[in-house]
Design a protein around this ligand. Sequence first.
Ligand code: GDP
Ligand code: MG
Length: 292
Amino acid sequence: MSEHKAGFVNIIGKPNAGKSTLMNHFLGEKISIITPKAQTTRHRIMGILNSDDFQIVYSDTPGIIDPAYQLQKNMMKFVESSLEDADIVLFLVDIRDEPETYNFLHKIKRLEMPVYLLLNKIDLVDSEKLLEQKEIWKKEVEANAYFEISAKQGINTESLLQKIKDQLPEHPPYFSKDEFTDKPERFFVSEIIREKIFKLYKKEIPYSCEVIVDEFINEAKILHLSVSILVERTSQRIIMIGKGGSMLKKVGIEARKDLEAFFGKQVFLQTYVKVEKDWRKNKSKLERLGYN
Ligand code: GDP
Ligand code: MG
């Protein structure tokens, strides 16, 4: 048999670096939610790229921050665990950033596996700035490889993929070749709805929300979904629902479109807004919600 390569490629960086955009680009599927707001990715999400002779298991992670409350502490644990099992680490930075603003650089310098430094969003700078920033970052971080990319426009991502394939160890596949993620279908229901909430509401609201799938009944032609949207306070519940239910209706309409595209069938979606007092700060509530 010809050789087969497989390995774990973990994408890390600050919030908004473009981590989810990059993983989705490689997979050609929208599996990780993308919004212009920081801190939308809360879990570690694996996205699997399968081919006859290789399998790349990407991990998208929450952006690295100084945690301010318990949910964020648990989110940072997902990041740390993703650094333990990586074959290759993709350290993604916004090319416009200065290294001084990265207080976790020492952790990256200590990693033993190959680290690629990816300067992302090159579509937003001119060639002069690009060279300047590249020099600064190269001096600061000693990486196994440097790439200047645009995750959004797919610039230089082919050569990056080639480099990853070259460096992957020989190994049988870790997952069945027809799988594209480690997460169950229900997870994508809540992620798609969370994405719409991030897009439609301001300030604290999206950060205070969690989406629970209470019912997932998959029939031949239609998927029946019933979800609870948890908020932390009654005042947030009122905002979430909106005048005469108008805001919640918008969430439902937009989410349903994406859900139907994702599952490839008609979707019947019911949403309920519930108050779960201070869920983000409460360890046992977080555990029940899957943040452990
Ligand atoms: P994450 O927090 O690191 O997962 O970042 P996201 O993938 O959610 O992206 C954050 C924002 O940056 C989104 O609005 C993306 O569309 C945008 N973005 C990501 N990559 C690029 C890029 O290469 N160029 C530009 N112009 N925008 C990008
Ligand atoms: Mg993300």
